[in-house]
Design a protein around this ligand. Sequence first.
Ligand code: UD1
Length: 424
Amino acid sequence: MDRFVVRGGARLAGTVSVSGAKNSVLKLMAAALLAEGTTVLANVPDILDVTVMGEVLRRLGCDVVRGKATVSITVPEMPGHEADYDLVRRIRASIAVLGPLVARCGEAKVALPGGDAIGSRGLDMHVAGLIKLGASVVSEHGYLIARAPRLVGAAVWLDFPSVGATENLLMASALAQGTTIIDNAAREPEIVDLCVMLQRMGAHIGGLGTSTLEVQGVEALHPVEHHTVPDRIVAGTWAVAAVMTRGDVTVLGGRPEHLEMPLDKLAQAGAVVEPLEGGFRVAMDRRPTAVDLVTLPYPGFATDFQPLFLGLNTVAEGTSMITENVFESRWMFVNELVRLGADVRTDGHHAVVRGREQLSGAPVTAHDIRAGAGLVLAGLVADGVTEVADVHHIDRGYEGFVEKLVALGAVVRRETAPVEPWLG
Ligand code: UD1
């Protein structure tokens, strides 16, 4: 039950490096299941979710070894096919083993993940897609059970460009018989990364980075070595931190071409944004101007940036409107920002933020990864001390967050909270 204790007022300056994307590496780890033998992933972030996903794969009979920024996964000829609730509820992304397991083993039994702090997050498109590919799918005793002796290619039209459904269907169809078309597919850089790895494993995939993916199934895939794409959400977090603290930060490993919308919003807020060899620089010398934003699937403005930019708007000059279209209840953290003195009102998909000159430090609680990071950034510009509790959420997605903040000049430390006396 660790917490971060942040003293506001410091300006962030210097260089920070960004490692591989959480939202990519977790799916690349699942994709390893598609081939017998040892797959080696590089540029792997040292975060909690990678540890938990490694445990999911171990329970499926794989040998998982973590090295310095690497993970090697040795998959047996026939992996197990059951992922239990105990692990799935800790990491929703473990649903990504569903497609590979049914394609490889003919059967997959994956616990239903249940709700979380940012919305109901259904699985209907994953299920409908697998059924189109010829699987039978039932939900029993808290598990999704998919069976198919061999999947058969089909045309699948997604109701919404779901990241998780696109990935599951890509991995399943790579070993299906015949051709699969995934239309209205998600186009996130992490999906392109997965396609590139699958191609190198021997899959035939066309339309990378577009909303129509064509997969010609093959009989078998082989293991590969693959370098994970940099984490654009972490890179963007450092950019927002630079602007909020009126600092000057060079983000190494961040790819500006994956961050066009958020970097453009920061420029609108008044920042200098400069692409560099191997990264970019963001500098700010005044109070930011409020910016409106609307979340949409990539290349639209990513929902994962919404809590960070909402935090920025709380100290900006002017009033902004934020519209959340991807997750229906991603406002829980707003009450925490209000504890810091923010002026925010939400109504359905919309939030109206009236910028304040200054926030005021207080104890707050992280409810998910990005909201947690957003609260830490708010603490950096609040008057006095902000204590952010439940930082295990932040540890799920940010490698060495406190150490990197301190290296940029922030005054922040991790504290392990004593166990409450009444809990023994
Ligand atoms: C992934 C990312 C997450 C990001 C999100 C949107 C990972 C581990 N997580 O989550 O950080 O915020 O993409 O960019 O990669 N939906 C359905 N039925 C389905 C599938 C999705 O209704 O079958 C809904 C969800 O409830 C949600 C929306 O579609 O409202 C988007 O979900 P999706 O794109 O699938 O996000 P995730 O893959 O869960």
